[in-house]
Design a protein around this ligand. Structure first.
Ligand code: NAD
Length: 478
């Protein structure tokens, strides 16, 4: 018997959760349910996190969390509970299998069986944002080596366990050489440990286009958080409906299982929603807690029900479907099929699907890190970079000089183009001349000079080399 935490959520949440629980309990799931309240009611009662402190205790104690979608109220101040849960509990891996059910669910891609493995904790999705000038806001994209190693290793271990043949990596490392570059580099490093699994890397733009056009070319795809967020919805939608896909959020201690779709408030309370996405999440949960026999029974019954043409409204199609059912009736149809297998769709056989046991991340020895310069970010409402350069040159120190000014990443001084559009946000790069060393006191001196010269500095970013390799971006056009 495994004790799990259940949250019924908002909108269609309670209906699809009731249907899901009824099916898995009828199939013999050995679970004990502890229910908590999260989401809209908790938000609107004045708790901006959408969850009470006692509920965290329950989630952390039970470690396994089955969650229906919740509604994040519009407007400022409410933090997304999904994002908070993933990060608080260290659920670094988000696994989203997307499979076509041709010819029973209408799709342009009859042969599609893709699993998106999405990094779940970092990237732009961390939502670390600041306004820096009147005209410019920034969002920090943080990518870490442990984050990359954990998710890439998870993807390969998952592929190995599930007898999948290939792991593909999507990044945009031709542009983001440091952040996406690290993800790609770690992918190449870890891929070498799995010679039996094919590996490949695609630049995300053409990779995404290819996935939407020819999904049969892919098997497991691993990618950073934001790309994975977007592309897993695309992948689910092109199998026929976002209502069909479930998602597992896996951490070292805890795991959360859910549908990939939201709370569909307009459909709430009408007994029409498709419970399949949450049911798929629950099947992943049953596998995770070692109840593969129950997971297999439920999945085969569900496939058979889809094959019978008994469909909810979202996948119902005249000529293909036989019966349009409500949420409750669909659940009863799946229950009636427990013990049956599909005859045209491939039945599943889960033998080795339990939770993956990955090695803990081991920190590498520190590299030789050396300060190589400083970028001073300046708020200045002028337009001519030459004028700014004349002013900023007054901040120079003996042997440490202004080498470049960029505006939104484009070099505008020296030798800028007058056609380049400039905002009020400028990055002034100071570097030591040959033979001179720079230290942090120099940075403080430069900032003190800026105060004296009445230049509005908004932040500094230190330039480093690691083991002799410059670890910062050049200006575009440099
Ligand atoms: P949504 O996924 O709720 O709905 C998108 C469309 O898909 C709607 O037309 C809806 O009717 C349909 N749909 C979704 N699930 C369905 C199902 N099971 N059966 C039949 N049709 C289904 O997305 P949205 O409208 O952008 O978001 C609504 C709310 O859900 C928002 O408050 C959002 O913050 C929240 N949300 C929550 C989660 C989560 O809890 N994991 C995820 C995404 C969105």
């Amino acid at each position: 018997m495994t004790r799990i935490t259940v949250a019924k959520g908002d909108g269609i949440g309670p209906e699809i959760m009731d249907a899901t629980l009824e099916i898995i309990l009828a199939a013999g799931a050995r679970i004990e349910i502890e229910e908590i309240e999260v989401g809209e009611k908790v938000y609107l009662a004045g708790n901006t996190s959408g969850i009470a402190a006692e509920s965290w205790d329950i989630i952390r104690r039970n470690k396994i969390f089955l969650k229906a979608p919740i509604t994040t109220p519009q407007g400022g101040g409410y933090k997304s509970l999904n994002v908070t849960t993933r990060k608080f509990l260290g659920l670094y891996s988000n696994v989203r299998p997307c499979m076509s059910l041709h010819p029973f669910v209408s799709t342009k891609h009859p042969i599609m069986d893709v699993v998106i493995v999405r990094e779940n904790e970092e990237d732009l999705y961390a939502g670390i944002e600041h306004q820096q000038t009147d005209e410019v806001v920034q969002c920090l994209k943080l990518i870490s080596r442990p984050g990359c190693e954990k998710i890439v290793r998870y993807a390969f271990e998952y592929a190995k366990q599930q007898n999948r043949k290939k792991v593909t990596c999507f990044t945009k490392d031709n542009i983001m050489k440091q952040t996406d570059g690290l993800f790609h580099q770690v992918f190449d490093e870890i891929a070498r440990e799995y010679p039996e699994i094919e590996n490949e890397h695609w630049i995300i733009d053409i990779g995404a286009a290819k996935m939407a056009d020819t999904p049969e070319a892919f098997d497991v795809i691993v990618m950073p958080n934001l790309y994975g967020d977007v592309l897993s919805d695309v992948a689910a939608q092109i199998t026929g409906s976002v209502g069909l896909a479930g998602s597992a959020n896996i951490g070292e201690e805890c795991a959360m299982f859910e549908a990939i779709h939201g709370s569909a408030p307009r459909r709430a309370g009408q007994n029409v929603a498709n419970p399949s996405g949450l049911l798929q999440g629950a099947i992943m949960m049953l596998n995770h807690i070692g109840q593969t026999d129950v997971a297999e029974k439920v999945q085969n019954a569900w496939l058979k029900t889809i094959e019978d043409g008994t469909h909810t409204y979202d996948i119902y199609k005249e000529g293909v479907s036989k019966q349009k059912l409500g949420t409750k009736e669909f659940a009863q149809a799946v229950i009636a099929n427990l013990g049956n297998k599909p005859s045209i769709l491939k039945p599943v056989h889960y033998s080795n699907n339990a939770a993956l046991n990955l090695p803990k991340y081991k920190r590498k020895p520190a590299a030789n890190k050396q300060l190589a310069g400083v970028d001073v970010f300046v708020h200045w409402a002028g337009f001519d970079p030459n004028e700014l350069a004349d002013r900023v040159k007054k901040l120079e120190l003996d042997g440490i000089t202004l080498t470049m000014i960029t505006n939104r990443g484009i070099k505008v001084w020296p030798d800028g183009f007058k056609e380049t559009f400039c905002t009020d946000h400028w990055i002034c790069r100071f570097k030591p001349n040959d033979g001179v060393e720079i230290n942090k006191n120099h940075i403080i001196e430069i900032l003190k000079n800026a105060l004296t010269e009445n230049i509005d500095t908004i932040k500094t970013e230190n330039l480093y080399s690691f083991d002799g390799k410059a670890a910062y971006s050049l200006g575009q056009g440099q």
